[in-house]
Ligand binder design. Structure first.
Ligand code: T3D
Length: 267
């Protein structure tokens, strides 16, 4: 039987999607995009899922676009019609970025190895990014004459400020996981030997938290980027009105008062 391009597994309330083209460092092809999109949609629609983990098989996380994919690869001899790279972005990367950012559950990127180009920004789109200490992040685009895509131009200045964003994007240097934490690009990195256990623990924690509140937090933080303080305060009030009427809020307060662990069930 043919290996899937995205390996899907499920444990407790956690759905794990592992990009699975290890020989090409899990770089994206049109077919892999299709499987990833279907797996994300399935997770979004499954009420048993309370956290999605994205990771890679083998030594890499994702090396971005597969530069040998005939669907997008420029004509090798330099002749013929130019490739419409923008069409590939519209068809694959824009929907992927918007899908990740609109997932109804938290998404954890478990960066097991090198994350380059759109692979790096795919990770950075996720809600929490944990990396193995041996992993690295590369804004590889300038080396092939492109700009950061898959949300890179939006994400980078917001995560690390203009100076660091430009340094990373223009120079395209390999950034070690530890330095990515130091810059504020990702949440944390852990020793390789502890990576799998840390990913499981983080995913289980996210799955046990009140899903709707986590997703509303992501939405409010993203929206606040283009709101003034008054508008952000209004958005907070609207969100609290909705969340305050939900079961998870009652459960959280009841559990606190009873000095017991809360069991959140809303999704
Ligand atoms: O075109 C469009 O549709 C626009 C979309 C653009 C989005 C993008 O993501 S643009 C950026 C594309 N990605 C890159 O430019 C990164 C290219 N890869 C690398 O620079 C290096 O492979 C890494 C720094 C990521 C890792 O280096 P290293 O030395 O650890 O591994 P390696 O030997 O270079 O790669 C291992 C294998 O994976 C190798 O194959 P081989 O020789 O063993 O058969 C290599 O060719 C393959 N590989 C790595 N990245 C890609 C790839 N094959 C196709 N596409 C790749 N992106």
């Amino acid at each position: 039987m043919e290996e899937p391009l995205v390996r899907v597994s499920h444990s407790g309330n956690v759905r794990t999607l592992a990009l699975n083209r290890p020989k090409a460092l899990n770089s994206f092809t049109g077919a892999m995009h299709g499987e990833l999109r279907a797996a994300l949609d399935a997770a979004a629609g499954d009420r048993e899922v309370r956290c999605v983990v994205v990771t890679g098989t083998g030594r890499g996380f994702c090396a971005g676009q597969d530069l040998a994919d005939p669907a997008v690869a420029p004509n090798r001899d330099g002749g013929g019609a130019a490739t419409d790279v923008g069409a590939a972005i519209e068809r694959f990367y824009k929907p992927l970025a918007l899908r990740i950012r609109s997932m109804p559950v938290p998404v954890l990127a478990a960066v097991n190895g090198v994350a380059a180009g759109a692979g790096a920004n795919f990770a950075l789109l996720c809600d929490v990014v944990v990396a193995a200490r041996s992993a690295s992040f590369i804004q590889a685009f300038s080396k092939i004459g492109l700009i950061p895509d898959c949300g890179g131009t939006w994400l980078l200045p917001r995560l690390v400020g203009r100076a660091n964003a430009l340094g990373l994007a223009l120079l395209g240097d390999k950034l070690a996981a530890e330095d990515a934490v130091r810059l504020g690009l990702i949440w944390k990195c852990v020793d390789d030997a502890e990576f799998a256990a840390e990913v499981d623990a983080l995913a289980a924690r996210l799955a046990a938290l009140p899903t709707r509140a986590l997703v509303a937090t992501r939405q409010a933080l993203d929206a606040s980027q283009h709101l003034d303080l008054g508008a952000a305060l209004g958005l907070e009030a609207d969100a609290q009105r909705t969340l305050g009427a939900a079961h998870d809020f009652q459960e959280g307060v009841a559990a606190f008062m009873a000095k017991r662990a809360a069991v959140f069930t809303d999704r």
